[in-house]
Design a binder for this molecule. Structure first.
Ligand SMILES: O=C(CO)[C@H](O)[C@H](O)COP(=O)(O)O
Length: 206
């Protein structure tokens, strides 16, 4: 699946971009910064406007798990994100809320460097993770080592990948056999976002 990440964008531009890229995307990610700007209202609006798409609220929760998971799911999100380094209780609380709503928690592995934590997360009941090379880490080639380090530990999990994915580097993300490619800047920063989304879709097939 292709998840388009809406980051550093205005409300109307988010709506326009999803309308333009509609045939090529499966999941709409309302980025953390966009949520900080507009609050849960933007999640509510995206679900209302695009009921046929899955909506991911990139809450990046790291504490107060129950409250933030409730916020996301009550606003209509199908997925919410929780940081992998959070306390186990935070993760368990969000998983419990997701069961009540029959929605999904995606654990963001940003900042996790040891596969041991992935085994612990599985033990807690986590089923979906995002292997994420952060915006500020993308310049450091060493940050991409996790793609190799995590391969065995990821077995059995639903995997998303993110971190500056574009047609030139998508092959290096493919080696961990992701279920979901998360693409932000390459699509949102493109002159014709629908063409960029179509191109990524083509690369995903390859
Ligand atoms: O979660 C994110 C930043 O924290 C982004 O949504 C994710 O990294 C995808 O965006 P890009 O393709 O621009 O890296």
């Amino acid at each position: 699946m292709l998840q388009v990440a809406l980051d550093r964008m205005k409300n109307d531009d988010c709506v326009q971009l999803v309308s333009d890229c509609h045939p090529y995307i499966d999941i709409v990610e309302v980025g953390t910064g966009v949520i900080k700007e507009y609050g849960m209202e933007i999640v509510r609006e995206m679900k209302k406007r695009f009921p046929d798409k899955c909506i991911l609220a990139d809450m990046k929760t790291c504490d107060a798990g129950k409250h933030e998971a409730l916020q996301a799911f009550e606003a209509g999100a199908d997925y919410t994100t929780v940081m992998g380094f959070s306390a186990d209780k935070t993760i368990l609380d969000t998983l419990r809320v997701s069961e009540d709503f029959q929605k999904e928690v995606v654990i963001d592995l940003l900042g996790i460097t040891s596969a041991d934590r992935i085994h612990e997360l599985k033990h807690l009941g986590v089923t979906a993770v995002s292997v994420h090379i952060g915006k500020d880490m993308q310049a450091d080639e060493g940050s991409f080592d996790v793609l190799t380090t995590f391969i065995n530990a990821l077995e059995g999990l639903k995997i998303s990948v993110a971190g500056g994915i574009n047609p030139d580097n998508i092959a290096s993300f493919s080696k961990i056999k992701p279920d979901i490619y998360i693409v932000g800047s390459f699509i949102t920063g493109s002159k014709v976002p629908s063409e960029a989304a179509k191109e990524i879709r083509g690369q995903m097939k390859k």
